[in-house]
Write a protein that binds this ligand. Structure first.
Ligand SMILES: Nc1nc2c(c(=O)[nH]1)N[C@H]1C(S)=C(S)[C@@H](COP(=O)(O)O)O[C@H]1N2
Ligand SMILES: [Mo]
Length: 186
């Protein structure tokens, strides 16, 4: 049935599937860092403790996978990318972000999408610490885009003047990925 809550072509499911390319990375808090580089005034390197000490927020959102499933009312806790970008100071020419993950997965976003109110770099899902397969220790959640933009095991943000395709975007998936416009394939 058509619904205000479900974008076209999506079906709501209850249980979160687990999807990823490659393997689940090891997390070593001594070696782990989060970096921001590219078109920023102050390139940044944060330890995991420093990330966890940033102001936290909670976001309740629906997530929509490009394969056609949606999970409604997921609750994420973490830090807004905005807080981290404030520390780095994006240069005026920065308009896009390439998100980098452990294991080499990447995804691209307009900077303004990353700054939306309901975007979070999360470490908790539905009241529990994130499990390794869902992106522990840090996972991006961008509810306004198909779920392949919600990168798991995130390690950094590269700010760019021009859009550059990530892993799935290089393989035919849409660079913008708005589920309400059904931007599935490029
Ligand atoms: N690092 C990384 N993040 C990723 C992926 C991946 O392969 N590697 N897959 C994406 C895709 S295609 C989807 S649908 C979601 C799945 O998230 P889930 O396993 O928590 O349901 O993660 C996204 N984030
Ligand atoms: Mo996906």
């Amino acid at each position: 049935m058509a619904s205000r809550r479900l974008p076209p072509g999506q079906k709501a499911i209850k249980k979160f599937p687990v999807l990823y390319e490659g393997s689940i990375p090891e997390f070593d808090p001594q070696k782990w860092d989060f970096r921001v580089w590219g078109l920023v005034e102050r390139p940044l390197r944060l330890t995991y403790d420093e990330v966890r000490a940033l102001p936290t927020k909670e976001v309740v959102a629906d997530v929509h996978c490009v394969d056609g499933w949606s999970v409604l009312d997921t609750r994420w806790e973490g830090v807004a990318p905005r807080e981290i970008l404030k520390l780095a100071g994006p240069k005026p020419e920065a308009r896009f972000v390439l998100v980098h993950c452990d294991g080499g997965y990447t995804t691209n976003l307009p900077l303004e999408a990353l700054l939306e109110d309901n975007v979070v770099l999360a470490w908790r899902l539905n009241g529990e610490e994130l499990s390794p397969e869902h992106g522990w220790p840090l996972r991006l959640v961008v509810p306004s885009r198909y779920f392949y933009k919600s990168a798991k095991w995130v390690r950094g943000l590269e700010l760019l003047a021009q859009d550059r395709p990530g892993y799935w975007e290089q393989r035919g998936y849409h660079w913008n990925a708005d589920p309400w416009k059904e931007e599935r394939f490029a």
